[in-house]
Design a protein. Structure first.
Length: 372
């Protein structure tokens, strides 16, 4: 077994942070925590990779953009960026994170919506979908549906939609320690591992709506102070195997989904139900871990990386952050026409959710086979 010193000799310490060096509040600064999202990489990793491998000001492409970490950090680091994702909620979240706002109008609208919520007496949850009736207490469902009825009246409707989704996530009938993937509604009292006492499931949503409306405003305002002037992000909703991805990017920087690990549509089921978003989950790469699903994953990721690399400037890198425990990426890169130039290993100190044990990721630095 490798000693600790030998282990860390193989680790890039500039890309590995301890909890003390990089506390949670820094990993989730400004709009990076506009809505919880499993499986995202930390902005400081993106920041370091941009500085290390991408020419100053060069536009960046992320074909598996998820919640938009690459886009947000690119804007902060002085780059234009394009992000692609097949999940409608991911595209919505990215647009809200990266848009530029009239902050006075945004504040007025968010405070007005909260004031109307305070003054109203929301009706029942009649007419709600079966999902809403199952996963939300009657009062919580009524408050969420009332807030939803206000959204389209505002200029910044998408911001209110994200507030609604974040409140819905917290207001579900579930235990406090299992917000990621609750299996069944929790209707009675339970012993709470998070609070170390008996708790009851949430019965209302209005306090979450008010809290997250103000938190969203504060985070957007904080990001507006640090984003580089004149830099913009483009968000493309669709399958990166079929969409036009733009041209002359200075780098691809992405972290593809891991096969069989997270269903990125089911993760935000409450948002799809309440917002009426289109569900393209059947086309999502990484669904399932059967032999056929893994083969489809390899072909799909290779196709996306190949198409992405075709849009790069001469000599530009393809940077892929991945935990390749199935050793799929040598085949993926070969199919994509990419040559692995360097592999950097990083220690991941802490992952989202209740996980334990050592965890490592690799940053694959590749270029097209024709590049020298």
């Amino acid at each position: 077994m490798a000693t600790q010193d030998a282990l860390y000799d193989r680790i890039d310490l500039e890309l590995s942070w301890s909890e003390r060096d990089l506390p949670e509040r820094e990993r989730t600064k400004h709009v990076h925590r506009l809505h919880p999202y499993l499986g995202k990489f930390i902005p400081q990793l993106v920041e370091t990779l941009l500085a290390r491998y991408v020419r100053p000001g060069g536009p960046v492409l992320d074909p598996f953009a998820g919640s938009g970490t690459t886009l947000v950090q690119a804007l902060e680091s002085g780059h234009d960026a394009t992000g692609v994702d097949i999940a409608a909620f991911n595209a919505l979240l990215m647009r809200v994170k990266t848009d530029e706002y009239n902050l006075f109008v945004l504040e007025r609208e968010l405070r007005d919506a909260c004031a109307r919520l305070d003054a109203a007496e929301p009706g029942g949850h009649e007419g709600a979908s079966a999902y809403v009736r199952r996963w939300f207490a009657p009062r919580a469902a009524a408050e969420l549906l009332f807030f939803r009825s206000l959204v389209d009246e505002y200029e910044h409707a998408d911001v209110l939609r994200v507030v609604l989704a974040r409140a819905a996530r917290s207001a579900r009938r579930t235990t406090h320690f299992d917000l990621d993937f609750p299996r069944a509604p929790q209707r009675g009292a339970y012993w709470c591992h998070k609070h170390k006492r008996e708790c009851r499931p949430v019965a209302r949503a209005d306090h979450f709506l008010r809290r997250y409306a103000l938190d969203t405003l504060a985070r957007i305002r904080a990001f507006s102070r640090v984003r580089a002037k004149g830099r913009t992000a483009s968000v493309l909703h669709g399958d990166a195997r079929a969409l036009g991805l733009g041209a002359d990017h200075a780098a691809v920087l992405t972290s593809p989904p891991y096969p069989g690990l997270i269903d990125y549509h089911e993760q935000h089921r409450y948002a799809y139900e309440l917002l009426g978003l289109e569900d393209r989950g059947a086309s999502e790469l990484g669904r399932g871990a059967t032999k056929a699903a893994i083969a489809d994953y390899v072909d799909g990721v290779a196709d996306v990386l190949r198409r992405s690399a075709e849009q790069l400037e001469d000599g530009a890198p393809v940077l892929v952050v991945v935990n390749d425990r199935r050793e799929l990426y040598p085949s993926i890169l070969e199919q994509a026409g990419l040559r692995l130039e360097h592999r950097v290993r990083r220690h991941v100190n802490r992952r989202t959710g209740r996980r334990a044990g050592e965890y490592f990721e690799d940053v694959l630095i590749a270029r097209t086979s024709m590049q020298r």
